[in-house]
Design a binder for this molecule. Structure first.
Ligand code: ADP
Length: 834
C-alpha cells in the first residue's frame, strides 16, 4: 500500500473494520439462532416429558384409587365380616363382640395398610374405631354419608383435613349390607382412613428423573379457589391448606381447573417461571399438574450457551485483536513511512538549500506578475544586486530592452505547457549583457501561482557554437568549393554529400546522388575490385584505397577517375563515413593513349621509311638503270632508226618516271617543311578536267579500262577560284592509282556541288583496300602490301601529298572501298565561283 505523503492522519481501515463487524455480527446472529433453537427444542423435549409424566402419574393414581375401591368392595362383600360389624352396631356394648370386631379391623387395616378403621351406624355415629386415633368424622364427610347409604356404593372420599386432625386424609367408605336380610338396606358403614403421606403423596411426588425443581401437584377446585391437595416440594405442610384464586393469571393449577390441558408456560404458586403439563384425573375432581422450573430446563442450555458465548467472545476478541493488530501495524507503517518521508523531505530540503546556495545556475522564483520572490546566491552574484535590491524586482529589469517584448509570448508558452525552455538576453546591474538559457516552470505554492526559472549563462557556449559554426562553415566551403571532387558516404556506402566538382564531373546533381552508391556509376569492369578493396580498407589491412577506374557519367559517356577512399572512424574505432576523392584523369589517359599511338606511329614511320628507302632505291634504280642501259646502247653504231627511237622512248619514259618520283619526294618534303604555297587563281574547271580526261584517254589505249568524266556545273558556271594545279595533281594522282590497281572495268571521275563545297570523286572497279589498311593509306610511305606493291610500283607518298593538298584547299578527303570490287576516293574543296 502506498502512503500518501500529504496525509497527516493514517487512513481509516474501513474494509477491515467492516469485515470485523460483519464477522462478529454473523457469529452473534449464529449464536442467537443456535440458542433459540436449542431452547425451543429443550422446552419441547421437557414439555413432552412433563406430558408423559403427567399421564404416568394419572395412571398410577387411578390405579391406586381402583385398588382402594377394590379393597372396599372386597371388605363390603365379605358377609361374615359385614355381619359381625352389623352385629356390633346393634350390640355396641357387647364387649366380646367388640373385641372380635376390633380384631377383624386390626387385620383389615394391617392387611390393607389403612391408617384407621371406623364402624359407623347409618347416622354416621362412630361405633368402633381402630386403632382409635382420629375417630372423628369430619364435617366434610358427614354430608356424603347419606348419599353413600342411598347408593350403596363403596366411595373413596376426597382428601380432607379435619380441624381436629393435623394431617390430611381420605376415607374409603364401605356401605355394610346384610344381603341375607335385605340387599338394599345399608345398616352401617365401614370407614377406612387412608393417610396420603404413606402412598399417595410419594406416588404423586416421585419423579422418574433426578431434578431439582420438578414436582407434580394434585389439585382440585374449591369454590373460587384452587386447593393444593398434596404436600408441596417447595412449601412444607401446606397440603389442603394452600389455596390460590382460580383467577390467578398464568398459574398452571388455575389454568388446569379452567379446563386448559396439555403443556403451558406459566408461574407457579411461588411465582417462579415454570413449564407445566396438566390433565384432569378421570373419575375424580382432581387435576394433576406436573411442572418444572424453566430455569432448570434452561440451566444446561445456559451452561452450554455460556460456553458458546465465551467461545464467541474469545473468537470475536481474537479476530478483533488480529484486526486491531493489522490496523495498528498499518498505522505504525504509515507513521514510520511518514517519518521516513519526513526525514527524506528534510534531507531533500537541506539538499535543495545546498543546491540553491551553491548551484552554478541562476535560480529565481517569480510571482505571477513576474516579481522576483526568491533568488539564489548565484543569481545575486551574476546580476550584481544585493538581496534587498533584487527581491521584489520585476523580471523586465533584468531583461535587455529589446527582449522585453518577447516575455508575453514566452510566458504564454510556459503557461500552456506548464514549462518551457528558451534563450534570451539578460543584463546585469552595470548594464553588461549576457546570453542566457532559461528553463521555466509553473509551480503552485499553497494555491498561488509562481514561476520557477533556472537560467544558465550561455555566453561561452554561444561563443563556442559560433566558433564551431564558423569552422563548420569553413570546412563546408572547402568541401563545396574544392576543385577536387569530394564525396562523403555513410557506412552503408550511400552518398551523403557530394561537392560541386564531383557533380560536374559525374553529371548528376547532389540530390540525385544522395540515393546512389559509387556502384551506380562505376564502370562494371571495376565493381568487383572495388568491393574487395573496400573490405580490406574496413578491416584496416590498407590505410587508404587508391585506384584508377572508369566512371559512367549521366550522359553515358565514360570518364577516368583517380579515386582515393579513406575511412573516418569515431573514438571507438567504428566506421562513421567514407571520404572519397576523385580526380578526373580522362585527358591524361587520352594523352597517354595518344602518346602510345604516336609512339606506335613513329615506330611505324620508321619502319615505313626503311621500306621507302628500299622502295625508292628500287623505284629510282629501275628507270635509272633503263636510262643508263639504253644511253649506253645508243652508243652502238649499228643501231637501226627504229631501235634508236625505241631506246630514246624508253630513256624518255624512264626519265619521266624518275622525275615523277623525285617530284613526289620533293612535294612531300615541301609539305612537311611547310613550303607548299597555295596559289588561288581562276580556273576553268570543266575545261581542265576535260584536258585531264584527254591525257588519260591517251593512256586508255594501254589499258583495258575505260575512263569517264562527269562535271557538276555547266561550262559557263564552271570557272572557279582555286589552286587549279593542285586540284589537277590530286585528281591525276588518284586516277593513276585507280589505273594502277584496276585490271578491268572502268574509272569514273568528276565532281558535284555540295553547298559551299565541290565534291570530287574518283571511282574504280579495282582490287579495293581491305578495312585493316584503309585507315593507314593516307600515312606517308604506307603501301597496302609493301612486298606486293612492288608489282604496282609507287612510293606510298601519293595519297599523303593529295591529303595534304586537299586540307590546304579547305576540304577533306575520304575513301570507301570493298576488296575485289573497287575503291571510291572523295575529296572536297571550297567552292568559290568567279
Ligand atoms: P603509291 O605511290 O604506292 O601508289 P600512294 O600513296 O599513292 O602510293 O598509295 C598508297 C597505297 O594505297 C598504294 O600502295 C595502294 O596499296 C593503295 N591504293 C591507292 N589507291 C588505290 C586504288 N585506287 N585501288 C587500290 N589500292 C590503292
Amino acid at each position: 500500500m502506498r502512503i500518501d505523503s500529504n496525509r497527516q492522519v493514517p487512513p481509516t481501515q474501513w474494509p477491515l473494520i467492516i469485515l470485523f463487524i460483519i464477522i462478529s455480527f454473523s457469529l452473534v446472529l449464529a449464536g442467537v439462532i443456535y440458542f433459540k433453537n436449542q431452547k425451543q427444542s429443550l422446552l419441547n423435549e421437557k414439555q413432552l416429558e412433563l406430558s408423559a409424566i403427567t399421564d404416568l402419574k394419572i395412571r398410577h393414581i387411578t390405579q391406586w384409587r381402583l385398588e382402594r375401591l377394590g379393597d372396599g368392595k372386597f371388605l363390603g362383600g365379605n358377609p361374615i365380616l359385614v355381619r359381625k360389624f352389623l352385629e356390633l352396631i346393634q350390640r355396641s356394648d357387647d364387649k366380646s363382640l367388640r373385641d372380635v370386631v376390633t380384631e377383624s379391623l386390626k387385620s383389615s387395616t394391617a392387611n390393607f395398610d389403612y391408617e384407621n378403621a371406623l364402624i359407623l351406624d347409618r347416622n354416621g355415629k362412630v361405633i368402633l374405631s381402630f386403632p382409635g386415633k382420629d375417630s372423628l368424622i369430619s364435617e366434610q364427610l358427614s354430608p356424603i354419608l347419606t348419599g353413600i347409604i342411598k347408593k350403596r356404593e363403596v366411595v373413596l372420599t376426597d382428601m380432607h383435613r379435619s380441624d381436629t386432625m393435623s394431617l390430611a386424609y381420605l376415607d374409603l367408605i364401605i356401605p355394610l349390607i346384610d344381603h341375607s336380610v335385605n340387599d338394599s338396606l345399608v345398616l352401617g358403614l365401614l370407614a377406612l382412613r387412608i393417610d396420603p403421606q404413606k402412598i399417595l403423596y410419594p406416588l404423586i411426588q416421585s419423579w422418574p428423573t433426578p431434578s431439582k425443581s420438578a414436582e407434580s401437584l394434585l389439585i382440585r377446585k374449591d369454590g373460587s379457589d384452587v386447593v393444593y391437595l398434596n404436600e408441596l416440594r417447595h412449601l412444607k405442610n401446606t397440603e389442603l391448606l394452600l389455596r390460590k384464586p382460580v383467577t390467578t393469571p398464568k398459574l398452571p393449577a388455575a389454568m388446569a381447573i379452567m379446563g386448559v390441558t396439555g403443556t403451558i408456560d406459566g408461574y407457579d404458586y411461588r411465582g417462579v417461571h415454570v413449564v407445566a403439563a396438566m390433565r384432569k384425573i378421570p373419575g375424580t375432581p382432581w387435576y394433576m399438574v406436573a411442572k418444572i422450573d424453566r430455569e432448570e430446563i434452561l440451566s444446561a442450555l445456559k451452561r452450554q450457551m455460556t460456553m458458546v458465548v465465551i467461545i464467541l467472545i474469545l473468537f470475536i476478541l481474537t479476530s478483533g485483536l488480529s484486526f486491531g493488530f493489522l490496523i495498528r501495524n498499518q498505522r505504525v507503517r504509515f507513521y514510520r513511512e511518514k517519518y521516513e518521508n519526513e526525514l527524506a523531505h528534510l534531507a531533500l530540503v537541506k539538499h535543495f538549500d545546498y543546491i540553491l546556495k551553491f548551484a552554478n545556475d541562476i535560480i529565481l522564483l517569480l510571482d505571477k506578475d513576474l516579481n522576483i520572490v526568491e533568488a539564489n546566491d548565484r543569481a545575486l552574484e551574476t546580476y550584481m544586486y544585493t538581496r534587498d535590491e533584487f527581491i521584489g524586482m520585476n523580471l523586465k529589469k533584468i531583461r535587455t530592452p529589446e527582449t522585453v517584448w518577447q516575455i508575453q509570448e514566452q510566458l504564454k508558452n510556459v503557461d500552456e505547457n506548464e514549462s518551457g525552455t528558451f534563450e534570451t538576453l539578460h543584463q546585469r546591474k552595470d548594464g553588461s549583457v549576457f546570453a542566457i538559457e532559461i528553463s521555466a516552470r509553473v509551480v503552485n505554492i499553497e494555491g498561488s501561482k509562481y514561476y520557477q526559472s533556472i537560467g544558465r549563462d550561455i555566453t561561452e557556449r554561444k561563443r563556442a557554437e559560433d566558433t564551431l559554426k564558423e569552422s563548420e562553415e569553413k570546412f563546408r566551403k572547402i568541401f563545396e568549393l574544392s576543385p577536387f571532387c569530394i564525396v562523403m558516404t555513410g557506412k552503408d556506402f550511400v552518398i551523403l554529400r557530394a561537392n560541386q566538382s564531383f557533380c560536374n564531373m559525374i553529371g548528376y546533381d547532389e540530390e540525385e546522388l544522395k540515393s546512389f552508391t559509387f556502384r551506380n556509376f562505376t564502370h562494371p569492369d571495376y565493381v568487383a575490385n572495388d568491393e574487395i578493396s573496400l573490405l580490406r580498407l574496413i578491416a584496416e589491412e590498407i590505410p587508404i584505397y587508391h585506384t584508377e577506374k572508369k566512371y559512367i557519367r549521366k550522359d553515358r559517356s565514360v570518364i577516368w577517375g583517380s579515386t582515393t577512399v579513406s575511412i573516418i572512424r569515431n573514438n571507438k574505432g567504428e566506421v562513421q563515413f567514407f571520404l572519397v576523392m576523385v580526380e578526373d584523369i580522362t585527358s591524361r589517359k587520352k594523352t597517354q593513349s595518344e602518346l602510345i599511338v604516336a609512339k606506335e606511329r613513329a615506330e611505324e614511320g620508321d619502319r615505313l621509311k626503311t621500306a621507302f628507302l628500299h622502295n625508292v632505291s628500287h623505284e629510282i634504280r629501275t628507270p635509272m638503270n633503263a636510262i643508263i642501259g639504253f644511253s649506253t646502247l645508243m652508243k652502238e653504231e649499228d643501231l637501226s632508226e627504229s631501235e634508236r627511237t625505241q631506246y630514246l622512248d624508253i630513256i624518255y619514259q624512264s626519265s619521266n618516271q624518275l622525275l615523277a618520283i623525285i617530284n613526289d619526294i620533293v612535294d612531300i618534303a615541301n609539305v612537311e617543311s611547310g613550303q607548299v604555297r597555295i596559289n588561288f587563281r581562276e580556273m576553268n574547271l570543266n575545261e581542265s578536267l576535260r584536258n585531264l580526261n584527254e591525257q588519260f584517254k591517251y593512256k586508255e589505249r594501254e589499258n583495258k579500262v575505260q575512263i569517264h568524266l562527269t562535271t557538276g556545273l555547266p561550262d559557263e558556271k564552271s570557272v572557279i577560284r582555286t589552286d587549279g594545279t593542285k586540284v589537277i595533281q590530286i585528281l591525276s594522282n588518284l586516277i593513276n592509282n585507280s589505273l594502277k590497281f584496276t585490271k578491268e572495268g572502268q574509272i569514273d571521275f568528276g565532281y558535284t556541288v555540295k553547298d559551299s563545297f565541290l565534291e570530287f570523286t574518283v571511282r574504280d572497279t579495282g582490287i579495293g583496300i581491305s578495312s585493316e589498311h584503309i585507315d593507314k593509306i593516307f600515312n606517308r610511305f604506307y603501301q597496302v602490301d609493301v612486298a606486293g606493291s612492288r608489282q604496282y610500283g609507287g612510293t606510298g607518298l601519293g595519297l599523303s601529298i593529295c591529303n595534304a593538298y586537299v586540307e590546304m584547299l579547305g576540304g577533306c578527303m575520304k575513301v570507301e572501298s570493298e576488296p575485289g570490287k573497287g575503291t571510291v576516293f572523295t575529296f572536297t574543296i571550297l567552292y568559290v565561283p568567279v
